[in-house]
Design a protein around this ligand. Structure first.
Ligand code: COI
Length: 357
């Protein structure tokens, strides 16, 4: 049942940052959404309140056993001042898939969408409109039961916070260098790799640090069983253009089914460009590079949208992808997706949901 959401507005609005200083996830809007779960009555007390710190018992399970999930999606302001969200229902569905894997009770999808819409209406002035900017939406659930036994929590909190953002990488849409990771793995099939849960990101930090010391912005992850098949790049799905075919790793359960991944596959289909979802090994990528048929690599994700890869660092060698600049297909996909998101281009797929007044 759709529950009614109470609203308490801030009396001390914060100054808004300039578009050129946004970066990613540094500023937060004036309000947040919050609701709690206990077995009886279930999810309850949905409310929008001024953005504020939360207080938790130090024994809350989320701190000890990582029972937590999150999502990331974006809202945009069009030239006509319309506010629209990119494919929110897909993120909300995925939030519940993550909940299911982490033994967190499901959220009522319509309540989450309604919460999101109301929060966006209240903080609409925070949605930037300059090229490359958007409002990043971060819904998350934490296990709050104060108890140290390893068992699913009986209490949870669901929160949505909003952050006006610019480009995810300081490089912007310029190509990034990638370190192919052969020592650490991020996740294995059967684990929680396809759930959006904090532990997957914690598991990636060490490798990310080492890659960054080598001058690479991200890590290309290989599968945890054979250390052979490509899985994803940093926190993004990955695509390879080999001659005129685009290949992306088939979903195996060890990495996230990205909303932008799905959108790119549908756009390529629409353009009659062949896309293959199949296992692709790092050896195949290197062979294609040596044969001159590896034309482009790009990552896809909500935060970065499309992120071209200019260079792969693999076993002490630096492989330049294409001519090292953003490939034509990556650039066209970036332009098309951001065009649809910001209302600059038509939306033939009906992906955008308008927030309304
Ligand atoms: C995304 O791009 O979808 C992400 O979730 C990135 C985020 C972890 C910063």
């Amino acid at each position: 049942m759709l529950q009614s959401i109470s609203v308490e507005r801030t009396t001390t609005p914060k100054p808004k940052p300039q578009a050129n200083e946004l970066g990613f996830g540094k500023y937060f809007t004036d309000h947040m959404f919050i609701m709690e779960y206990e077995p009886d009555p279930g999810w309850h007390r949905p409310r929008i309140v001024p953005y504020q710190p939360i207080s938790l018992d130090p024994s809350a399970k989320t701190f000890h056993y990582g029972q937590t999930v999150f999502e990331g999606l974006k809202a945009y302001r069009t030239a006509e001042q319309k506010i629209q969200i990119f494919r929110p229902r897909m993120n909300i569905r995925r939030l519940n898939l993550s909940n299911e894997r982490l033994c967190i009770p499901p959220l009522h999808e319509k309540t989450v969408l309604e919460a999101l819409m109301q929060l966006l209406r209240i903080d609409r002035d925070w949605i930037p409109f300059e090229p490359g900017t958007s409002l990043y939406i971060r819904p998350f659930v934490i296990a709050t039961e104060p108890a140290l036994g390893v068992a699913p929590s009986r209490h949870y909190r669901f929160i949505i916070i909003l952050s006006p953002v610019g480009a995810y990488y300081s490089e912007g849409v310029h190509p990034i260098s990638i370190h192919v990771e052969s020592r650490y793995v991020r996740a294995v099939a059967g684990g929680v790799g396809n759930a959006k849960t904090g532990g997957n990101y914690a598991a990636s930090l060490k490798s990310q640090e080492e890659a960054s010391r080598r001058g690479c912005a991200q890590v290309l992850w290989l599968d945890g069983t054979y250390r052979k098949y490509v899985e994803e790049v940093g926190s993004m799905n990955v695509f390879f253009r080999i001659e005129d075919t685009v290949v992306t790793p088939a979903l195996t359960g060890s990495f996230l089914e990205g909303v932008i991944r799905d959108s790119v596959i549908r756009i390529l289909d629409h353009w009659n460009i062949a896309v293959q979802e199949r296992p692709i090994s790092i050896d195949e990528v290197v062979r294609a590079h040596r044969a001159g048929s590896l034309k482009e690599i790009f990552g896809t994700g909500t935060a970065a949208v499309i992120s071209p890869v200019g260079e792969l660092h693999w076993q002490g060698e630096k492989l330049t992808v294409g001519d090292g600049t953003a490939g034509a297909l990556s650039a066209k996909l970036y332009d098309t997706l951001t065009g649809i998101q910001t209302g600059r281009l038509p939306d033939p797929f009906e992906w955008m949901e308008e927030v309304g007044d």
